[in-house]
Design a protein around this ligand. Sequence first.
Ligand SMILES: [Zn+2]
Length: 78
Amino acid sequence: MAYPQKITFGEMRESGARDVLIYCRDYRCGHHTEADADGWPDDVRLSDIELRFICQRCGQRGAEVRPKFEPARMGTTG
Ligand SMILES: [Zn+2]
């Protein structure tokens, strides 16, 4: 499965966001967590790290990573 390419951590920090929200891709689970984005280099894309996450609640692999400032978007599947 190919996930959409997202902005880099550098671009995210330029926009003023310091943290990311990490969501489980299983909508029935709904588990999410916050993480400090300082640990990721500027040239890494948010989409690059999504496959590394495994949900601690349901075991689903591949998270949805979003900048914390970003409002919920309508009309996309992310
Ligand atoms: Zn889950």
